[in-house]
Design a binder for this molecule. Structure first.
Ligand SMILES: O=C1O[C@H](COP(=O)(O)O)[C@@H](O)[C@H](O)[C@H]1O
Length: 233
């Protein structure tokens, strides 16, 4: 079983303060060591309070490149777009916000295009920050016909296109996602989740490891580094 350290908080606000502090430290350490930082941030609603706190941190944001862990294939102006929320939070700080989607409607080709865009960046990521969906997906690694490719893409393949099956209710659209190898090659992998149901789901997924039916379980089963999991009710 992987080494997971759980950090429990009394409120989302408390979690946001702590996680923003940790990520600020990760960015600062990357800037000290390499003069730049490359971080991947999740979409959805859970990270928004952390974004708000983190964006206030006094960092050399101009040297920080931010990509989404995954993107919903919608126009950048659509509320469902993950990079839209990232851009709203971090462009005012001066960070380099780097969209991975394009106008391509074929999701497989959109995945290829994202992979090509990401090849211009210097991997590994300094941080892969993951969220977890109520259905057990992480980033946009979903159950469905593309699960195997997202999990087992060769090292060096950063992104693939994904058609979730079943479609998630909150954003029922095809996606592009970082692959398991791109996520797990990150120098730090951190997870934020809220609510009892996701806590139980994640505990079970970690326990089941390689035999987990959930994408998050299958991703974490291959992690070689310890993972910090931040949880609030
Ligand atoms: O669709 C997505 O959902 C997950 C989880 O979002 P949350 O709001 O339930 O935390 C998210 O991590 C992923 O990036 C996003 O595209």
């Amino acid at each position: 079983m992987i080494e997971a350290e759980w950090w429990d908080y009394d409120s989302v606000e408390e979690m946001a303060d702590a996680v923003a502090g940790d990520i600020g430290f990760i960015i600062e350490s990357a800037l000290d060591a390499r003069g730049e930082a490359l971080i991947a941030l999740p979409g959805g609603k859970t990270p928004l309070p952390v974004f708000a706190k983190l964006a206030q941190a006094k960092l050399n944001w101009k040297k920080v490149t931010i990509i989404p862990t995954d993107e919903r294939l919608v126009p950048l102006t659509d509320e469902k777009s993950n990079i839209r929320a990232i851009a709203q939070a971090f462009l005012p700080s001066g960070a380099r916000v780097y969209p991975i989607s394009s106008d391509i409607t074929d999701y497989k080709l959109a995945g290829n295009s994202a992979n090509a865009k990401l090849s211009d960046l210097r991997f590994p990521l300094d941080l892969a920050w993951l969220g977890v969906g109520a259905d057990g997906h992480t980033a946009s690694i979903f159950a469905g016909p593309d699960l195997d490719e997202a999990l087992n893409a060769p090292k060096g393949r950063h992104a693939v296109g994904v058609m979730p099956d079943p479609m998630p209710a909150e954003a029922p659209v095809p996606r592009i996602t970082l692959t398991r190898s791109a996520i797990l090659s990150a120098r730090t992998v951190l997870i934020t989740v809220t609510g009892e149901a996701k806590k139980e789901l994640l505990e079970r997924a970690i326990e089941d490891g390689h035999s987990s039916k959930l994408p998050i379980g299958r991703v974490l089963a291959e992690a070689e580094q310890p993972i910090d999991i931040h949880w609030a009710p």
